[in-house]
Design a protein around this ligand. Structure first.
Ligand code: G3I
Length: 457
């Protein structure tokens, strides 16, 4: 079995979190609670997608987090982020052995403060390699690539929902071949080696193969990626998902068989994600079609647009995004929101209980340390929790979650999970004495985490 050796948590926890998601919209932070099936429609992309058991995200340029117009839209509309450039190889390891996590960490911290899910992009890629890596070949390069995968996935363990482990490894055109690159020349097994290293470093992240021009089911490139994923599943290579970048810019159009592509990959037993969506001139019908296609395929977990405003786009001259350069909603935004609101709502538990406001725990049993819970920010579909440990500098804290609630991300500790996925043991990892986590409510908005024990050492 492909995943027999992985920790019990991520895939199952995430699947539940996203398929049976949000009882209420993110706009609950503004005081307006929208229940699934109610007459009111969600008024933001993230809230509406959450009601469909999905996320709606965007690529973020960390430098723009200083732009309040940008962050206002980001925080209001989106519940998932991908670093546009800051987690690429050249950004994270500019000199061999010297890792620079500053900007990537900043994005993760912003996402955490907003309860957003994070997609890691990307561990292994022929492009945006630092100079030292570009000049490598053979075993030296293979080992350097694997070390990068291991170091980065370990650094971000517990904070990344999905990794784009390998990006753009197939050639365009009719060959169906692998793209020639220094990585490919290290041997055809470089992709699976990267996936195995990523799984070992972060057993709880879902691992994706990500590419562009794999949208049209009839294209040789799509078929070639499909065969690779099929082969990986057959041989037990740890792969959980396929990312379709879906850049319908630069002359590539939305194909009418897009839904077939999504459902065909899904039928292999992997999730599918639309990871970098942008569409030249942002036609409403094409954006609407993409949303409808994703909602029609149960394993399509969400949509990420590749930037917020047209002025933020890598192809700004094509005005391909949902907000104009002044930050105003374009017609395509309305089309997307309407399509999300009209989509089928997955079954959820009864979400009518209002979120509690008091301290949710009784004092936990102490064995050399004490764990104190501080409730964090609450959104419509999730909430944050911080736990501060006193009395010991190394510790493990056992936290229990009430199903169907699921922890979707953690920070400042090293988590492991029991077989149910609902009991987390968080161990100190040198990040201090306060750790935290985000919990998806999944229809139960009243339960809160319980501390079962705190053990020193
Ligand atoms: O930050 C520097 C700036 O200091 C310098 O003056 C300037 C001069 O060229 O370059 C700036 O860096 C650029 C960076 O974007 C930030 O704007 C790089 O040159 C430029 O190469 C880089 O482009 C990025 C591109 O990936 C690189 O391959 C785009 O922003 C980014 O949107 C794009 O994203 C890719 C995905 O990762 C993979 N799929 C395709 C997608 C679009 O190409």
């Amino acid at each position: 079995m492909a995943n027999s050796s992985r920790a019990p948590g991520r895939s199952r926890r995430l699947r539940t979190a996203l398929v049976v998601s949000a009882a209420v919209g993110l706009l609950a932070t503004a005081g307006a609670v929208v229940l699934p099936g109610s007459a009111s429609a969600a008024s933001t992309l993230g809230a509406s997608a959450a009601e469909r058991g999905r996320y709606f995200g965007t690529a973020v340029a960390v430098s723009r987090l200083n732009d309040s117009a940008y962050t206002t839209i980001l925080n209001r509309e989106f519940n998932q982020v991908t670093a546009e450039n800051e987690m690429k190889i050249d950004a994270l390891q500019p000199n061999q052995g010297q890792f620079n996590y500053g900007n990537g960490d900043r994005l993760v911290q912003h996402a955490r403060s907003q309860g957003m899910l994070v997609r890691g992009h990307t561990l292994a890629w022929h492009a945006q390699q630092p100079g030292w890596m570009q000049n490598m070949s053979g075993t030296t390069l293979r080992n350097a690539m694997l070390n990068h995968v291991t170091q980065v996935a370990t650094h971000y363990r517990g904070q990344i929902e999905w990794w784009d482990v390998v990006n753009e490894a197939f050639a365009d055109g009719s060959s169906g071949a692998r793209r020639d690159s220094n990585l490919q020349r290290t041997g055809n097994d470089w992709i699976e080696a990267a996936f195995r290293a990523a799984r070992q470093a972060d057993p709880n992240a879902d691992l994706c193969y990500n590419d562009y021009n794999i949208d049209n089911w009839n294209d040789a490139k799509t078929q070639a990626v499909y065969r690779m994923v099929q082969d990986f599943k057959n041989r037990g290579v740890p792969i959980d998902c396929v990312g379709l970048q879906s850049h319908f810019t630069g002359g590539s159009n939305y194909p009418s068989n897009y839904r077939t592509t999504l459902s065909s990959f899904a039928a292999l037993g992997v999730d599918v994600h639309i990871t970098e969506l942008d569409i030249r001139n942002a036609p409403s019908d094409a954006y609407r079609n993409v949303v409808n296609d994703c909602i029609a395929v149960a394993r399509c977990k969400g949509i990420t647009v590749w930037g917020i405003r047209d002025s933020d786009s890598w192809r700004s001259s094509e005005s391909p995004l949902l907000f104009n350069s002044s930050g105003q909603k374009k017609p395509a935004y309305d089309a997307v929101l309407t399509a999300l609101n009209n989509g089928t709502t997955p079954p959820t538990g009864n979400p009518t209980t209002p979120p509690p406001t008091g301290n949710p725990t009784t004092p936990p049993p102490s064995s050399g340390c004490t764990a104190t819970v501080t409730p964090g920010q609450v959104w419509g579909d999730r909430y944050n929790t911080s736990v501060t440990v006193s009395g010991a500098s190394t510790w493990s804290v056992v936290v229990a979650i009430t199903a169907p609630q699921k922890i979707s991300s953690t920070w400042s500790g090293s988590p492991t999970w029991d077989s149910s996925g609902n009991v987390m043991t968080m161990r100190s990892n040198g990040s201090g004495n306060t750790f935290g986590f985000t919990t998806m409510m999944n229809g139960n908005s009243s339960a809160r985490p319980q501390i079962r024990s705190c053990t020193a050492g």
